[in-house]
Design a protein around this ligand. Structure first.
Ligand code: FEO
Length: 161
């Protein structure tokens, strides 16, 4: 089971909450795998992919707003991850048992990505959010309005983060 390590914190509350939720999904996958419940495995993978894609879009918008200079390469890394996971789900659809391999890939990839690439944008995004929080228009276009706008845009339920 993955246990959240504070070294993975970006210091951006909304992002850290999403990362923790992704880690929870990976742990759910391990439980489903251990139970040998193929239906549950399929459901968890679908939820994990759906949530991670929403997270990526949310995160990319944060980076874009902050003018983060490595936005494009970061987006590319996200795209490649989705392609890799899609490759696994296609193999699974053909009847191959990929769950162990997928679980290992998710565990290593996500932790490495959060600890390196995500860590890299943290200070730039923190500055952008601090500027919004300190702006005169904080009630509307300020930090909380900006974050809840993005949550509503990328997650099925605005509060789901
Ligand atoms: Fe938090 Fe770049 O994924």
């Amino acid at each position: 089971m993955l246990v959240w390590d504070s070294k993975l914190d970006t210091g951006i509350e909304v992002i850290d909450a999403q990362h923790k939720r992704i880690v929870t999904y990976v742990n759910h996958l391990e439980v489903a795998k251990t139970k040998g419940d193929k239906t549950l495995v399929g459901e968890v993978i679908e939820q994990l992919v759906d949530y991670t894609q929403s997270h990526f879009s949310f995160e990319e918008s944060m980076m874009e707003e902050a003018g983060y200079k490595f936005l494009k390469p970061h987006q590319k890394v996200h795209e490649l991850f989705i392609k890799r996971v899609t490759g696994f789900t296609m193999r699974a659809a053909k009847g191959e048992d990929v769950v162990d391999e997928l679980h290992t890939m998710l565990t290593t990839w996500l932790i490495n990505h959060i600890a390196s690439e995500d860590h890299d944008y943290a200070s730039t995004v923190q500055k952008m959010l601090a500027n919004k929080a300190g702006g005169q228009d904080a009630s509307d276009k300020g930090k909380s309005g900006f974050i809840s706008g993005l949550l509503g845009r990328f997650f099925r339920s605005g509060g789901r983060h």
